[in-house]
Design a protein around this ligand. Structure first.
Ligand code: GDP
Length: 302
């Protein structure tokens, strides 16, 4: 019998993955070994999707490097060890493209994770997450376990954190543009609009994770990316069009642009699933915005 358990089950990723047990933060503190052991003892999962992490935007990361390091190392150490002790057959853990070296030749590939220091702004988070890759490898090697990890690019979708300050760019801008339309004000966007990002819809991440759970068994991680960059300016154009905002867009040059680009290669993914169709960004944005408008203000971070 298959029994899938997902950590971080109430978040952006978790809500799109089929699992019998979806753990959220109310179900226990994964930093605490006794609680993790109790959870595994009670549920005895056969498959684990490990998506839980302490995450945050650049602001939170810069101010709390110790907590981002401590919490993630503790969570990952406890979860993977519990998976070993309780004979979990398959584990898929989530890494992130922001753990890559600051200075590295593009595109990012699975082979480049450890080839240089991450950006100082998320040093604690990045090194903790890199250790999840190391852990996955050593568990596989020493105990012959089917543990794998995946690296998604910027995920967006229905269950996001729509907070104006701490959210990622898509949910924050949907919220801001919606308020600008309702209140008849300018739509203020951070930075110059020139940076490029690769976005992937959370439903696609759900499908790819289900695929990885059944099919992927390499020790090296696999990047989940469309390998299609769009500028923040074009993104804003889509959001404005879908929301039907007719006022002025103001580019706030005193706010950070962040990294200019961090393109990643989906070559390995495409070699496994050549027919996979990514949701076009206009379609994913439309669904996300419709959901936002229909549920406002009962949304995460609002
Ligand atoms: P990143 O890929 O880790 O940098 O993640 P973000 O989702 O925070 O994207 C940041 C990019 O979006 C930067 O180029 C920002 O200048 C731009 N951006 C524009 N407006 C906003 C906003 O309201 N919130 C955020 N988070 N980013 C914004």
């Amino acid at each position: 019998m298959i029994k899938r358990l997902i950590t971080g089950g109430s978040g952006l990723v978790g809500s799109n993955i089929d699992a019998e047990i979806k753990l959220g933060s109310n179900d226990g503190d994964l930093r605490d070994w006794a609680q993790v052991k109790n959870i595994f003892e009670a549920h005895r999962p056969t498959h684990v999707i490990h998506a839980a992490a302490r995450v945050g935007g650049v602001g939170g990361n810069m101010k709390a490097k110790v907590e981002f390091f401590y919490d993630n190392v503790m969570i990952n150490t406890n979860v993977l060890e519990a998976c070993r002790i309780y004979n979990v057959k398959k584990v898929v853990s989530f890494l992130s493209t922001c753990i890559f070296p600051e200075s590295i030749e593009y595109p990012l590939t699975e082979k480049k994770i450890h080839l240089g220091a991450p950006h100082w702004s998320n040093y604690g988070y990045a090194y903790a997450k890199r250790m999840l890759d190391v852990q996955t490898e050593v568990y596989r090697d020493q105990y012959n376990l089917d543990f794998v990890s995946v690296i998604p690019t910027n995920i967006y979708g229905l269950n996001d954190n729509f907070n104006l300050d701490s959210g990622h760019v898509i949910p924050s801008l949907i919220h801001k543009c919606y308020l600008a339309k309702v209140n008849n004000t300018d739509f203020n966007v951070w930075g110059s609009g020139t940076p490029l990002r690769e976005f992937i819809y959370s439903k696609d991440i759900g499908k790819l994770t289900n695929w990885a759970l059944e099919n992927y068994d390499e020790s090296e991680p696999i990047i989940f990316s469309t390998s299609h960059e769009i500028s923040i300016k074009d993104l804003v154009g889509f959001i404005v069009g879908i929301i039907g905002f007719e006022g002025d867009v103001v580019w706030q040059s005193d706010k950070p642009d962040g990294q200019f680009r961090k393109p990643s290669s989906n070559k390995k993914l495409m070699s496994y699933v050549p027919d996979f169709k990514f949701t076009p960004i206009e379609v994913g944005l439309k669904e996300t915005i419709d959901h936002f408008v229909n549920n406002y203000p009962n949304l995460r971070g609002v």
